[in-house]
Design a protein around this ligand. Sequence first.
Ligand SMILES: *[C@@H]1O[C@H](CO)[C@@H](O)[C@H](O)[C@H]1NC(C)=O
Ligand SMILES: *[C@@H]1O[C@H](CO)[C@@H](O)[C@H](O)[C@H]1NC(C)=O
Ligand SMILES: *[C@@H]1O[C@H](CO)[C@@H](O)[C@H](O)[C@H]1NC(C)=O
Ligand SMILES: *[C@@H]1O[C@H](CO)[C@@H](O)[C@H](O)[C@H]1NC(C)=O
Length: 444
Amino acid sequence: MMKNFSSSPLHSNNNQTPNHVRERNNRNYSLLSALPLRFSLRGYGFCMATLFLFCFASLFYQLNGGPPKILLDIRQYLGVCGKKHWSGKMAAGRLFIHKERLARQLVSGPNAHKQRRGESTFLDDHGPPAPNVLPFPSQVVYNRVGKCGSRTVVILLRLLAEKHQFNLVSSDIHNKTRLTKHEQVDLMKNISNIPQPFLYTRHVHFLNFTRFRIEQPVYINIIRDPINRFLSNYFFRRFGDWRGEQNHLIRTPGMKDDERYLDINVCILENYPECSNPRVFYIIPYFCGQHPQCREPGVWALERAKQNVQENYLLVGILEELEDVLLLLERLLPHYFTGVLSIYKSPDYKKMGNMTGTVRKHTPTLEALQVLYHRMRYEYEFYNFIRDQFHLMKKKIGLKSVSQPPAHSPSFLRELALRTPEPLDEDEEFDTDLEDANSWLVHP
Ligand SMILES: *[C@@H]1O[C@H](CO)[C@@H](O)[C@H](O)[C@H]1NC(C)=O
Ligand SMILES: *[C@@H]1O[C@H](CO)[C@@H](O)[C@H](O)[C@H]1NC(C)=O
Ligand SMILES: *[C@@H]1O[C@H](CO)[C@@H](O)[C@H](O)[C@H]1NC(C)=O
Ligand SMILES: *[C@@H]1O[C@H](CO)[C@@H](O)[C@H](O)[C@H]1NC(C)=O
């Protein structure tokens, strides 16, 4: 069922796991807040009661569907001192967070904290202190979307898991993105039982941990231009990838020639199910969730997906700017992704990456592309939303975005098929799941 690529916990000489770091910080703050009230027992009691109330409220908030605290911490960190720190470090081409730096922060004690934060204390803020260091999530879920370069990322993750000693669990179920309630709970329990820090990845629609009172992990994901993704999948199903067409024909004996050699223009213009809704409503459900309505093309699913991204995703990158995605992951999740860009750019990896992805057979006619574009308008609305968010995040961190044409002009459609190089993707990604899903819709 699952492959465990690295099961050892952190190095023994490094038992300051991210959580320990956070705990120590918190203790410092509570100490700090108690200092001015040292001689007043009542004051002290009041302080502890406030702290307790706050902790309780935040827990309550989390269990009731709010964004995970760690995500709020990271956002707050970015908002408070993001630009200043990050762009400087980026310019120097150095990594922002090192273990040594963290250690220094830890030994510098409460007074140093106080100095850095000016006169403001925990009690003054009536809220959580802005973190001085980037918080470390220790539970990350990458619910990878099919044909969006996830295999490339998983290969990188395998190398990184060894390097940074986190637990990578990569499910090899590629054809079951929607689960029954029972399966959901089972899977979420399994995920939350993986020793931390972990990164879990599977082709699966968003799972709402809070709904079942399980601590919500931090999510990450990568998507790409919806038509490009669709074309990639269309030809991959029929002709496979870099391993060769012959190989693929042998591996998919079940496919009739009628289907395999179906002209993509015919498929689109004559409304074959494969090229129509709900099948082409593909990306949004990954972010919307397991609710049946998440599979129905429309505003409801779109809005829910957007809201979910804002509440639960640390980063959703776009494949068209993969190097920047990796760079941001390196900055946002350093104890998972430090060094990922240099691996990605290394000659050894390039050689591996030379196995190009899906064999692209034809580009649909402009007419077919326009029909498809209209059919996928929600997908595009979502994609554009994600792209804007991604660019915003880049800006926050001090990266420039290359300006690209808005995704709706005819010239955009014409050049579409050529724009993104095909990345490596999963071995198998057939539509069994969709048939499954549709029958599920009919008989709820
Ligand atoms: C959960 O873990 C158990 C034991 O490792 C395994 O048998 C089961 O299939 C897993 N369930 C899911 C949904 O992955
Ligand atoms: C997750 O579950 C919580 C609690 O039931 C709910 O408030 C929240 O809206 C759900 N979120 C999603 C995206 O389903
Ligand atoms: C990629 O493969 C092609 C042919 O298969 C070869 O000519 C080319 O040198 C390779 N590129 C790299 C970077 O290995
Ligand atoms: C998924 O694929 C496996 C084989 O790879 C197959 O045995 C299984 O029935 C498929 N599941 C669904 C839901 O189609």
